[in-house]
Design a protein around this ligand. Structure first.
Ligand SMILES: Cc1cc2nc3c(=O)[nH]c(=O)nc-3n(C[C@H](O)[C@H](O)[C@H](O)COP(=O)(O)OP(=O)(O)OC[C@H]3O[C@@H](n4cnc5c(N)ncnc54)[C@H](O)[C@@H]3O)c2cc1C
Length: 263
């Protein structure tokens, strides 16, 4: 674990008056408390945060994200994150979870700022959050609100990479778990191309592969790696136009793609 950065001052900024029962104020900082960290494969961690006592719900729409803010004495660091949980209203339990890859320094680059701040948090320390943010929201049963207009899709294809999988994960989880969560079966088809450097870099791989395995008629996930070893039997290289042509049904008239490139 790295030492806490100098200038660490939990809860330093003016936080909003936490009056909301339903969610955060998206225009002002809200203070949340770090609860626990779990080590996932490679350099990925799962972080759990508690909402303020008077905020009952995170209130994010599916595919929306939060801004995390950390005040050093002389600057504010802000990064976006998409929670892994809650996805459904019934999972709102006063907490939220982030899956975050920690960027370690090497001979070519310094460490990642926010991911190392998170890695250094101790239970009950505070960090600031704003949200919900994002103009794409999945409502269910193939319906999206995009810039406040409603769209309906029977098939959704996503081309994602690195930590850009997290908004996609929310969508996949929302579609494929709808029935178990009392929302009625969601028959939207979902196909994903997920590009990473190495197999260890694939965030949420086990959960994604399980979704695809349990729902073979409705979902498919193709991992593409740029750095492989001999054991890797999947797609190799970068996402050229051949990979979507091979793994997505591009004959369909409409498709949308979210992409956060971080390879
Ligand atoms: C909508 C959205 C949702 C996201 N959700 C998630 C999520 O759920 N989980 C997640 O892990 N990430 C997510 N991200 C990415 C996240 O916001 C951060 O970009 C990521 O955590 C890295 O932030 P950092 O401050 O740790 O690294 P940064 O400080 O931003 O650095 C990033 C990389 O750049 C390198 N670097 C920094 N400075 C230099 C320099 N001067 N020269 C050369 N290299 C440098 C670092 O070594 C590191 O590899 C999301 C991004 C978006 C846009």
């Amino acid at each position: 674990m790295l030492p806490l950065p100098t200038g660490w001052s939990p809860g330093r900024a003016n936080s909003s008056k936490r009056s909301s029962e339903t969610g955060f104020n998206r225009h002002r900082w809200n203070v949340v408390r770090f609860k626990k960290k779990e080590q996932l494969p490679e350099d990925t961690r799962r972080y759990t945060f508690s909402l303020p006592p008077d905020t009952k719900k995170l209130g994010l729409g599916t595919c929306q994200h939060l801004q995390l803010g950390f005040h050093f004495s002389d600057r504010l660091v802000v990064r976006p994150y998409t929670p892994r949980r809650p996805v459904f209203g019934r999972e709102e339990d006063g907490k939220f979870e982030l899956i975050v890859k920690t960027y370690a320094p090497d001979q070519y680059q310094p460490d990642g700022t926010m991911s190392n701040i998170l890695d250094c948090l101790r239970p009950r320390e505070e960090i600031e959050v704003k949200g919900p943010i994002g103009e794409i929201k999945y409502i269910g049963q193939g319906k999206f609100m995009i810039d406040e207009k409603e769209y309906h899709f029977l098939d959704v294809s996503l081309v994602l990479s690195g930590s850009g999988i997290t908004p996609g994960y929310q969508l996949i989880s929302r579609i494929l778990r709808a029935k178990d969560q009392g929302k009625g079966e969601d028959k939207t088809n979902i196909n994903v191309i997920d590009a990473n450097k190495t197999e260890g870099d694939i965030l949420l791989k086990d959960e994604l592969d399980r979704f695809a395995k349990d729902n073979p008629d409705q979902s498919n996930i193709t991992h593409v790696l740029s750095h492989t070893d001999d054991k890797w039997s999947g797609e190799k290289g970068h996402v050229s136009k051949e990979i979507p042509q091979k793994h997505l049904d591009l004959r369909k008239e409409m498709w949308r793609c979210f992409a956060v490139l971080r390879l």
